[in-house]
Design a protein around this ligand. Structure first.
Ligand code: BTN
Length: 259
């Protein structure tokens, strides 16, 4: 995607700035540094290729040239909105789901931050906070979508089965139109963050609802439970095999269906 086309196509979004890379390490790293340096709200970093893209935990995220969407958005102002931090992964996932639904697909959100198509991961979201001392300065919301089949890493490098948009749709996908639709949805839902409508939209997209999953919070032992829904703060509510409700908060969480 060439730079001028991208600039023109995004001109009506009133972005706080736009940095475009043919190749960079990680758009989140660029955006984090930019945010710390005072990047305005809605500053966007876009890359055609990432050489050290990051996922949650210590996972790598592969972005080979021209096969995916990989971008990071700086969101502010957030003074006094620290309690909403856990909802930002959901915001990114919801925005991608809306864009996919416009294409006739039926995406689901594997809580807290993956978008699935046919139970295969097509998109990952990485929300990271920038702090100035004790105060939340901004959030960097990184989104990676596998658009072409070549974007999907070999299966031995995957923690969860993955797919691409084009493989699921059986046709080629316009990455620029997709980016526009994701941004449009993101701006809309950001205005409703933490509102009932936002949480309901998120809950309606929740994968494995009513199904048993294994869930492991880093540093604790694995638990099994039936996915019930979301709490008001975006935490996941499950039912244990003994019939007790338990809540899993955001953090380093890994969830997979019981096969
Ligand atoms: C995950 O699956 O755990 C999250 C993956 C997030 C990948 C995106 S691609 C754009 C941005 N830059 C990164 O280094 N990571 C995010």
């Amino acid at each position: 995607m060439d730079e001028r086309t991208l600039h023109n196509a995004l001109s009506d979004f009133h972005l706080g700035g736009l940095r475009i890379f043919e190749q960079t390490g990680s758009t989140n790293d660029v955006a984090l540094a930019w945010a710390a340096d005072g990047a305005p709200d809605l500053a966007l970093v876009y890359a055609e290729e990432q050489t050290s893209g990051r996922g949650r935990g210590d996972c790598r995220w592969f972005t080979s040239p021209g096969t995916a969407l990989a971008f990071s958005l700086v969101l502010r102002p957030l003074l006094g909105k620290e309690q909403f931090i856990p909802l930002f992964s959901g915001l990114g996932a919801l925005a991608v789901c809306e864009a996919l639904r416009l294409r006739g697909l039926h995406p689901e959100i594997k809580w807290p931050n993956d978008v699935l198509l046919n139970r295969h991961k097509v998109c990952g979201v990485l929300a990271e906070s920038v702090w100035m001392g004790e105060k939340l300065d901004s959030i960097v919301l990184g989104i990676g979508v596998n658009v072409k089949p070549e974007a999907v890493p070999p299966s031995d490098q995957l923690r969860f089965p993955a797919t691409s948009l084009e493989a699921e749709m059986g046709q080629s996908v316009d990455r620029l139109a997709l980016l526009r639709d994701v941004l449009q949805a993101l701006l809309y839902w950001r205005g409703l963050l933490a509102k009932d409508a936002f949480l309901l939209a998120l809950e309606n997209l929740l994968a494995f609802r009513g199904e048993q999953v294994d869930i492991r919070v880093e540093g604790t032992s694995e638990k099994t439970g039936k996915v019930e829904g979301l709490e008001m703060d975006g935490s996941l509510r499950l039912l244990s095999p003994e019939g007790h409700v338990f809540i899993v908060h955001f953090g380093e969480v890994h969830l997979r269906p019981v096969l």
